[in-house]
Ligand binder design. Structure first.
Ligand code: SAM
Ligand code: SF4
Length: 485
């Protein structure tokens, strides 16, 4: 206990919060957000349509515009927004959808987030941290299903400090199974110092994700009563520090169900604006919008008065899409297949499938509620979800070329903002999808998938590009792997 207390007292570096404050304040001004939401009540039709037109030109919205969208009550206009969300996504990212899997490494945690099954007070939670051998076994199980991209997830604890996280990344990248391997490993972990983030940059972290959970200061304080996470500022600037450390793909998020969801969408926008302002126009690489799920022995998850229903959730996701047109958007398997079918078309770019969030559960193929954080809504296999996507005209991408070719941060944002990602990314989606079909897919998925590849080849922007991709497909058929533009 004394050792943990000593560690906890050393984690936060106050000067690495203060350096970002303006006149002693952070960039989330609760009254400004409340007033902006109030001032933009009852927006008229023409205003909403002007804002939609701005989003369709791939311009990031201003707070008063996002507030107006959030306050729209006209269902006809919402239908227009859903459609625009899908169009924006297609303009920037094409008809591809990126797949990843979550890999929970440790549920030891010193914090007390009232909504999380891993909170330190939960004495019913069975604690477990994977050894490196166990990490490798999990990775082999995931790779054998066809995964190429992971997000590794950790509680906050001295046992899973930065050195342990770095070792995990090294193990993930060095584990091979058959013809496959993990090519991009993202991290969802507690906020760190710039020095620690430099260690993760050097081992090749993909995106670093930290969700603010709630941007509302008072609610934040109530729901994070103790531990390191009680410090709002340390968390709010976690991704500023990551950018300074050279980890230039960062993922923000809010946990819907803790406070007024309109406020949270405004918070996500303010976060985006501050990152853009300070880091040469580079905003978040991804935005996540988890909804609160029931967690074992965690009563708050069922009694929160801000739980978000499915219809409202779709609207919130749509406003995020319209507000930050160039960012990646992640919808996880917390949601049921029905909700995912309904929401993916409004502009989601990344999903997980075949997920198991029990610690050590991929290799043992078990579901263990006492060791997992909450209960998943979509338990379908990777192959099933990939097939469904293909049937709806969405091509699965396991592409990881952007990160390995240095197309991250500024470079990535520049091509994303110009709507050019699909000149590189659609071909890479085709190539990685082909690998999946050859190495892992069921016969049924192969049939649907091959048809889709032919369709997407025809849709490539030039004959020259089409020929290049066709040649690469032939090389893949002959046994080469990991080809990309
Ligand atoms: N410990 C790190 C942290 O808190 O940032 C990372 C791991 S934490 C398990 C990852 C995310 O899970 C949190 O940021 C939170 O948004 C989400 N989460 C926690 N409890 C949840 C619940 N009951 N339902 C849905 N998501 C939850
Ligand atoms: Fe720990 Fe993260 Fe869960 Fe909070 S959300 S209790 S910090 S694992």
């Amino acid at each position: 206990k004394a050792e943990i207390d000593r560690w906890v007292s050393q984690v936060i570096k106050p000067e690495q919060i203060e350096r970002y404050l303006v006149n002693g304040h952070d960039f989330i001004d609760d009254s400004f957000i409340q007033e902006t939401l109030l001032k933009n009540k009852n927006p008229d039709k023409s205003r909403i349509r002007e804002i939609i037109a701005k989003s369709l030109e791939l311009q990031r919205l201003e707070p008063e515009e996002t507030a107006a969208l959030l306050n729209c009550e006209d269902e006809e206009l919402w239908e227009e927004m859903y459609k625009a969300g899908g169009q924006i996504k297609e303009k920037v990212y094409g008809r591809r959808i990126v797949f990843f899997a979550p890999l929970y490494i440790s549920n030891y945690c010193v914090n007390s987030c009232v909504y999380c099954g891993f909170r330190s007070e939960n004495d019913k939670s069975i604690r477990k941290q994977l050894t490196m051998e166990e990490v490798a076994a999990e990775v082999r199980a995931l790779v054998s299903k066809g995964h190429k991209r992971l997000i590794v997830v950790f509680g906050e604890h001295p046992l899973s400090d930065v050195h342990f996280i770095a070792k995990t990344l090294e193990t993930v990248y060095s584990t091979k199974e058959g013809r496959g391997e993990i090519r991009r490993c993202n991290v969802n972990a507690a906020p760190m110092s710039i020095e620690d983030l430099e260690i993760l940059r050097d081992v090749g972290i993909g995106t670093f994700q930290v969700f603010q959970e709630t941007y509302h200061h008072e609610t934040y304080k109530k729901l994070h009563p103790r531990g390191i996470k009680a410090n709002y500022g340390w968390r709010l600037y976690a991704l500023h520090r990551a950018m300074e450390a050279g980890v230039d793909d960062v993922g923000i998020g809010a946990l819907f169900g803790l406070y007024d969801p309109k406020f949270e969408v405004m918070g996500l926008l303010m976060h985006t604006i501050d990152l853009e302002k300070r880091f040469g126009g580079v905003g978040p690489h991804t935005i996540s919008f988890p909804r609160l799920e029931p967690a074992s022995n965690t009563p708050f998850t069922r009694k929160s008065k801000y739980l978000v229903d499915d219809k409202t959730f779709k609207k919130l996701v749509t406003v995020i899409r319209l507000s930050v047109p160039y960012t990646g958007m992640i919808l996880t398997a917390r949601e049921t297949p029905e909700v995912r079918r309904d929401i993916i078309p409004v502009g989601v770019t990344q999903i997980d499938a075949g997920s198991n969030i029990g610690i050590g559960a991929y290799s043992t193929d078990t579901v263990d509620y006492d060791r997992q954080q909450f209960i998943l809504g979509d338990n379908r296999s990777l192959d099933e979800v990939i097939r469904e996507m293909a049937e709806s005209g969405r091509i699965t991408s396991f592409c990881t070329a952007d990160y390995r070719c240095g197309r991250t941060g500024n470079y990535f944002m520049d091509i994303a903002k110009k709507g050019k990602i699909h000149h590189l990314c659609m071909p890479n989606a085709i190539l990685t999808f082909k690998e999946y079909l050859l190495d892992y897919a069921s016969e049924e998925t192969k049939k649907v998938g091959e048809k889709l590849i032919q369709k997407e080849l025809e849709a490539l922007p030039s004959e020259a590009l089409r020929n290049t991709v066709k040649e690469m497909l032939t090389r893949i058929e002959k046994g080469e792997r990991d080809l990309f533009l």
